[in-house]
Structure formats: structure tokens, C-alpha cells
Design a protein around this ligand. Structure first.
Ligand SMILES: C[S@@+](CC[C@H](N)C(=O)[O-])C[C@H]1O[C@@H](n2cnc3c(N)ncnc32)[C@H](O)[C@@H]1O
Length: 287
């Protein structure tokens, strides 16, 4: 039998209620992530694994290191990669994308249709959502006989997710409900069976690291579409409201904000008009 390595045998310090509370506060303050009491064992397991990798013996020591300069920032990014859920796929909630497609069709026949459209996927994970928006914009401009003029921003906290997004390479099963025609038009088949977003679309998408708690410092603005799904669900309601208020400021008049159904029920904003479709939670900015 293989002897266990010394670090695997070394017991970690107790993850007592005070330590758990300190981690809950740190995670929520820095990323918005709420770790409920019933997920204490999960958090302990995740942190414990990282402590062992780093050769540390106490959760408090690791917590201190996370606040220490560039090394702490790097380690924080590693931890976030492990603690955030990056599950996504193309056209994940079809009615929401149908709503965007309808909005873009209407833009295509507006008086100022020829200007460059701006779209934003907030919490884009590995990029499927951002590329889906790009695909819809390309299709809408082509259908309207317009030159291709649009840009898509994908933003996320996770650096590894953003690296995958920039590559734009996906397993066939990730392409989901995409028709064969659209797949051929916007993706190239690679020899290993993956599909890669074609350059024409990829070059219109830019991926940036951005914590939605820091939206005040973000340069994005004048957006025609802001799409933010399956991110706010990890936050408390008051924080969701704050993030959404910042996003509304980034919409141009007439712009569309799409969030996940059930992510912010019973929410009203004075500058927004709800889209009359009970399959989606979407709003246009007045004025
Ligand atoms: C479940 S994925 C959603 C992906 C995509 N929007 C979708 O609906 O399929 C949630 C994403 O939010 C990101 N995220 C979590 N907290 C964040 C924060 N404070 N700022 C920015 N992104 C965050 C995670 O890294 C993850 O990629």
C-alpha cells in the first residue's frame, strides 16, 4: 500500500463557527457570494483542499494571505475559480434569447440602425452567452441589410473562465439547440471534433475581468442589450438591486436588460418598462 503523503496526514485546524463566520463575511464582501450555514461543510472541504495544496495548516492563516498584495490577489482569483459555479451553455434560456432577437430585429429597422450596436454579457463564464448575443446581432444586421457593426463585451470574475471564452472552442454538446445552418455559418469544425467560433464573430467579442460589485469603475456604457443571468442568484436581494441599478445606468435609452426569470421577482425601476412576455424577465429603458 502506498504510504500517505505527510501533508495528507496532518490534521487541519478546526473550522469553528467563528472561522466560518469570518469566511462568510470575506466572501460576501469581496464577491457578493453568500455561503449559507448549511454549506459550511462544503466550504470547509474546498478550503481544506487548497490549504493542503499550499502546505498551510490554518484557515485563518490562508485568510490573511488572501489579503496580502499581488500574491494574495492571485490566490483570491484561484479561490474564486473554485467557489463560483461556471455552468453555462449556448442559448441556455431560449425565450430570453428570443426576446433579444426580437429587440435586435426592431433595432434593425430603427432610424439609427446603422450605428454600432453594443451588447454585454455580465457573468459570461466561458463565453457561450456572449457569442450567442454576437450571433444574434450578426444575423439581425444581415437580415436588415445593414453592414456588420456591433461589439459584444463578456465580463466575469473568473480568469480561467475568461481564458476559455477568448478561445471560443466548444465541445459539440455545448452548442445545444443551435441549428445546423447557424452552426456552419458561425463555427468552424476542428479536427478533434470541437467547434470554434469563426473569427468574424470572435473578433467582435471582447472578454474582460470585472467584479459586478465594482461596476461603478467599469467603463461600459450606452449598451443596446445587457444580459445578466444566473449570477445574481448567488447574492442577497439588496445587492441584486444595487447591481441592477448600476446596470440600468449602462443602458442607452430604449436598451434592453434581460435577467433570469425568478432572479428578481417583484422588482421595479423608475427608468424601466417591463417587456410584456411572461416567459422572460426583461425591461427596456425609457426615453
Ligand atoms: C452560473 S455562471 C452563469 C453563466 C451565464 N451567464 C449563464 O447564465 O449561462 C455564473 C458566473 O458568474 C460569475 N460570477 C460570480 N460572482 C461574480 C462577481 N462578483 N462578479 C462577476 N462575475 C461573477 C462566475 O464566475 C460564473 O462564471
Amino acid at each position: 500500500m502506498q504510504p500517505s503523503s505527510p501533508w495528507a496526514m496532518t490534521p487541519l485546524a478546526e473550522f469553528d463557527p467563528g472561522e466560518f463566520a469570518a469566511w462568510q463575511e470575506l466572501l460576501e464582501t469581496r464577491s457578493g457570494l453568500v455561503v449559507e450555514a448549511q454549506r459550511r461543510t462544503y466550504l470547509q472541504t474546498m478550503l481544506g483542499a487548497r490549504l493542503r495544496e499550499l502546505g498551510l495548516h490554518s484557515y485563518a492563516e490562508y485568510r490573511r494571505q488572501l489579503g496580502e498584495g499581488p500574491r494574495g490577489a492571485f490566490e483570491w482569483a484561484c479561490l474564486m475559480d473554485r467557489l463560483t459555479v461556471q455552468e453555462t451553455r449556448f442559448f441556455r434560456h431560449p425565450p430570453s434569447f428570443a426576446c433579444v432577437a426580437a429587440h435586435l430585429r426592431a433595432l434593425g429597422s430603427a432610424a439609427d440602425a446603422g450605428r454600432a450596436w453594443q451588447l454585454w454579457s455580465v457573468g459570461c463564464a466561458s463565453g457561450e452567452e456572449a457569442y450567442a448575443l454576437a450571433l444574434l446581432a450578426a444575423e439581425a444586421q444581415q437580415a436588415a441589410g445593414l453592414p456588420t457593426r456591433f461589439g459584444v463585451t463578456g465580463s466575469d470574475l473568473s480568469r480561467t473562465a475568461l481564458e476559455r471564452a477568448r478561445c471560443g472552442r466548444y465541445r459539440p454538446e455545448r452548442l445545444g439547440g443551435l441549428s445546423a445552418v447557424l452552426r456552419q455559418r458561425h463555427f468552424a469544425a476542428l479536427t478533434d471534433g470541437d467547434w470554434q467560433v469563426r473569427d468574424a464573430l470572435r473578433q467582435r467579442c471582447c472578454f474582460v475581468q470585472l467584479n459586478v460589485l465594482d461596476l461603478e469603475q467599469a467603463p461600459q456604457g450606452g449598451m443596446d442589450v445587457i444580459f445578466c443571468q444566473n449570477l445574481l442568484i448567488y447574492f442577497r436581494r439588496w445587492r441584486r438591486r444595487e447591481v441592477l441599478a448600476r446596470l440600468v445606468e449602462r443602458l442607452r435609452p430604449g436598451g434592453l436588460l434581460v435577467i433570469g426569470v425568478g432572479e428578481m421577482g417583484d422588482w421595479h425601476h423608475p427608468q424601466l418598462q417591463a417587456v410584456a412576455d411572461n416567459q422572460v424577465l426583461a425591461f427596456t429603458r425609457k426615453g
